[in-house]
Design a protein around this ligand. Structure first.
Ligand code: HEC
Length: 149
């Protein structure tokens, strides 16, 4: 009996989890995705500032997080999601989609290049991550509402 309820229990969990995901708004999803981009940036920033010792694996992990951001961000700004969840998305994303896509592509290429460079010391990390940070900034300048944080 106990065994049966355990199985039923995990089945319920399996059914529940994807639904929880699906009910998360795109505004919330892109917020969460950008938060992962920020955490990855912090890890790299810490190494560049000498607050953390250089670690090649940590750098690669950040690049991989950014690759995920680059792959998913494009789908998270559909028509109709201009407002909601305190979004910081600027209306230019929808009035100038082409420009936004270019920014995303530039970011994506910078991340791919950084991962291919596979930096082995702080100097190399700086060279690899610099263009990525530039791409974050450039996109935010054009397509994100003036910063609160
Ligand atoms: C192609 C455009 C683009 C790129 C590239 C980009 N961002 Fe963003 N970012 C946005 C937009 C648009 C928002 C606002 C999203 C919203 O609030 O709906 C945002 C929001 C954020 C936020 C705030 C999260 C929130 O919603 O409160 C952080 C932090 C952030 N980005 C960090 C980064 C970092 C770090 C990078 C680079 C590693 C990066 N972003 C690259 C467009 C971009």
């Amino acid at each position: 009996m106990a065994r049966k309820s355990l199985i039923t229990g995990s089945l319920a969990l399996l059914l529940f989890v994807p639904q929880a995901w699906a009910s998360e708004s795109v505004q919330e999803q892109r917020h969460d995705l950008m938060e992962t981009a920020k955490d990855a940036a912090k890890a790299i920033g810490g190494m560049l500032k000498g607050e953390q010792p250089f670690d090649a694996a940590v750098a690669m992990e950040s690049f991989s997080t950014w690759e995920n951001v680059a792959a998913k961000a494009g789908d998270l700004f559909p028509e109709g999601s201009e407002t909601g969840y305190d979004t910081e998305a600027k209306e230019t994303i929808w009035t100038d989609r082409e420009g936004f896509d270019v920014e995303l592509e530039t970011f994506s290429m910078a991340v791919t290049n950084a991962a291919m460079a596979a930096p082995q010391n702080v100097e190399e990390l700086k060279a690899a991550a610099g263009p990525v940070f530039d791409a974050c900034k450039s996109c935010h300048e054009g397509y994100r509402v003036e910063d609160q944080n």
